[in-house]
Design a binder for this molecule. Structure first.
Ligand code: NOJ
Length: 731
């Protein structure tokens, strides 16, 4: 990670630091709100939440408050990191750290840049469905450049939680249900964020989160407990983190949840043994916001001091959101509860990341760079548009209603179609309204003959007069329905993931009119769409696609883009099927028509739309699957033919099943994929290589094992629709 000269510089600094300065490096601050009101800020939030004050009163009080940027503490060397996205403020604070603190150690500025800063691109669950690793890398590079121009050297991304329960609102932020796809996503994001070090303005340090198994929260309820076998942890939840560290990821964020009884903030097994020990992550681990203090609430620590001691000893290096390290670590060291070696290790890691970022030599954002990114660079907008187009999934197209003809009179309904705030998706904070293209804007930009009718949306009543008008006046109705951005993301778990509000009734009314209906979904989770799957003839999954959403959706609806996105997560019929995922372990009684099998009385056991699924305006045919064994790999080839009359891109997917093993294995596991462009009528032989070393699994001792025996290989268009071959492999 560092040259010898840089390492020596870190050691030299470390040797000069007082214990207070060392602990200061382990302290992250965000601007706090001071003055203007007589209760502490957290209580004010509580008052807002429990209704003691209204939103208006809160706004009024806040307008009288000031922000404390902790200048005095920075000057005293008591702050190692700040949060924020304002480059001018970043420079001001950095100047205090560099010029006025005793040792002049720069701050590292961290921020949540999950799917873009100014150039917001699709939420991760959508982008993952493009199955395009080159794209994953390019969107991250855009985010890195814009971050640096805003003074941010450290992105709290990528979010790598493999998520199989769409009740959990944060499924939107991660790359879906599959560990292999998530690992490919992880590596590409690390290359994009950290890879281009040709100039200090091009790269940031990544922060892998949420480490680990946060997405396995019981009942899909955010912050809830998680419990699983060691083999499941290693086979499902850890792989993207491991892959990212192998790709060079420098830092990680400990998750809020407890894992098998030990909160991840104070978990020596996951932090010190696995992440820093076995994987060898060279940088540091930050807590999630307030995470250390929450260990007292978890009941694993008796007080703040105890929580801080457990955290730092477990391998947590930086405190986000509490002052527990700042207030208690010195005493803990003096009492021998934390050794100086442990403290030095944490500080060394933090200084090393700052050194790697070049902050010691180049701590400020240049005026030129600030100026350059005040307006969105066209090349960034183009990447966002490409990502948005490639993330759209065509779910149903009965009667080939799509693509639409520009000359058709299109009635566009649903408030989501015309609200620029709703294209953005969860966890994006630095976008500007003027950059956002709604579906209505996009359709107009594309020259469609479109009229918008404000018929209703996820919230509130439906205006049936408008619905009637829309149906009467249009040749076709495009209904944009789904979830508000606020319905997914952090603290947005749902016990019912079906269509919110009265949107189903609106869709029924349009169906009743007899007008052709195209349904476009905007949502941050795989929703339970049993009714929609049965009744709606045409469905397009458009997620929350970012600033270019409208242009991308218009391109697909009008046929300028042949959809090629696939689902990175299975869609259930009903919420009660959650968690649902294609790569579940084999049961002794696989679900079938017969009663005493793994099934439901009142719902299908399969997904409505499975992982990897997505249609196109053309059709593809698979034939002639062959498996060729080499010394260290299996080469799986298949012929794929575009049998329609339009060019398109097919996502060819390779799956494997270990038929008999010492632990029950998944019915299928994704092992490879590739995007294959095919002109109308064109046929290609596609070869995917499965390295033998990747055919093993982790046992309950956390050891990776390769077991000889029979394997099924599958190649096809999605996790259900595949050709297969059986092979016997000796390792
Ligand atoms: C809480 C969230 O869980 C995490 O994803 C985020 O990075 C931090 N807060 C910082 O905003």
């Amino acid at each position: 990670m560092l040259t010898d000269a840089q390492k020596a510089r870190v050691e030299e600094l470390l040797s000069q630091m007082t214990i207070e300065e060392k602990i200061g490096q382990m302290n992250q601050e965000s601007p706090s709100i001071v003055g203007g009101f007589s209760v502490p800020f957290p209580e004010l939030i509580e008052m807002l939440n429990d209704g003691r004050i209204s939103q208006e009163e809160f706004g009024q009080i806040m307008s009288t408050a000031k922000r404390d940027f902790h200048e005095d503490d920075i000057r005293a060397g008591l702050v190692g990191s700040m949060m924020g996205d304002d480059p001018v403020k970043a420079n001001e604070l950095q100047k205090i750290a560099v010029e006025e603190s005793r040792l002049g150690i720069p701050l590292i500025m961290g921020f949540d840049v999950i799917h873009g800063l100014r150039t917001v691109y699709p939420i991760a669950i959508a982008e993952a469905g493009s199955f395009d690793t080159d794209l994953f890398e390019r969107t991250a590079r855009v985010a890195a450049k814009e971050s640096r121009a805003h003074g941010i050297g450290w992105n709290f991304a990528p979010m790598l939680d493999v998520a199989r329960d769409s009740r959990w609102g944060r499924v939107s932020e991660g790359p879906g249900e599959d560990p292999y796809l998530a690992s490919c996503f992880a590596c590409a994001k690390i290359r994009g964020l950290q890879g281009d070090r040709s100039s200090a303005e091009n790269y940031v340090a990544a922060c892998l989160k949420h480490y680990v198994a946060y997405s396995a929260c019981e009942s899909g309820r955010d912050y809830n407990t998680t419990s699983m076998s060691i083999s499941q942890l290693h086979n499902v939840y850890l792989p993207p983190f491991k892959a990212a560290v192998e790709e060079g990821a420098l830092t990680a964020m400990a998750s809020f949840n407890d894992l098998n009884g030990v909160p991840c903030t104070v978990n020596p097994y996951t932090l010190r043994k696995i992440l820093k020990g076995e994987y060898g992550m060279p940088g540091f681990v930050v807590s999630d916001a307030n995470g250390i203090k929450e260990c007292v609430t978890h009941g694993i620590a008796e007080d703040d001091m105890d929580a801080g001691v457990q955290a730092v000893n477990a391998g947590l290096d930086m405190d986000m959101g509490t002052h527990i390290f700042k207030d208690h670590l010195k005493q803990a060291v003096e009492e021998g509860r934390v050794s100086m070696e442990v403290l030095d290790d944490a500080v060394r890691r933090i200084l090393s990341v700052k050194m790697w970022l070049g902050l010691f030599d180049n701590p400020y954002v240049s005026e030129e760079n600030i100026e350059k990114y005040k307006k969105l660079p066209q090349e960034h907008v183009e990447v966002a548009l490409e990502a948005a187009k490639k993330s759209i999934v065509l779910l149903k197209n009965e009667g080939n209603v799509l693509p639409l003809d520009r000359k058709q009179k299109i009635s566009l309904v649903g408030t989501l179609a015309a609200n620029s705030e709703e294209v953005i998706g969860a966890w994006a904070m630095s976008w500007k309204r003027e950059d956002c293209v709604t579906i209505l804007d996009g359709m107009k930009n594309a020259g469609a003959n479109v009229t918008y009718y404000a018929c209703g949306g996820p919230e509130g009543e439906i205006n049936y007069d408008e619905v009637k008008k829309a149906c009467e006046e249009g040749d076709v109705v495009v209904a944009v329905v789904g979830e508000l951005v606020s319905m997914s993301g952090e603290a947005s778990s749902k016990a019912e993931t079906g269509m919110p509000g009265r949107q189903r009734e609106m869709l029924q009314a349009i169906l009743d009119s007899g007008r052709p209906l195209v349904t476009v979904l905007m949502n941050g989770r795989p929703m339970a769409l049993g009714w929609e799957g049965e009744h709606l003839p045409v469905m397009v999954e458009a997620w929350h696609l970012g600033i270019q959403m409208g242009n991308a959706v218009a391109a697909v609806l009008l046929g300028d883009e042949n959809p090629s996105g696939r689902l990175a997560s299975s869609f259930p019929y009903v919420t009660g099927q959650c968690p649902i995922y294609y790569n579940h372990p084999s049961t002794g009684r696989p679900g079938s028509k017969s009663k005493f099998t793994s099934r439901y009385l009142d719902a299908p056991f399969k997904a409505l739309f499975p992982f990897g699924y997505g249609l196109s305006y053309t059709t593809y045919e698979y034939s002639d699957m062959k498996v060729q064994e080499t010394a260290d790999a299996l080469e799986v080839s298949v012929n794929v033919k575009n049998t329609g009359d339009r060019s398109g891109t097919e996502v060819v997917q390779l799956y494997m099943q270990d038929i008999t093993a010492s632990l029950v294995r998944p019915v299928k596991e994704l092992k490879g994929f590739t995007r294959v462009p095919l002109a109308a009528g064109e046929e290609k032989t596609v070869t995917l290589v499965l390295a033998k070393k990747d055919m093993g699994f982790y046992n309950n001792e956390g050891e990776y094992v390769l077991e000889d025996g029979k394997f099924n290989l599958f190649v096809g268009a999605n996790s259900e629709d595949c050709l297969s071959e059986q092979v016997t492999v000796k390792f």
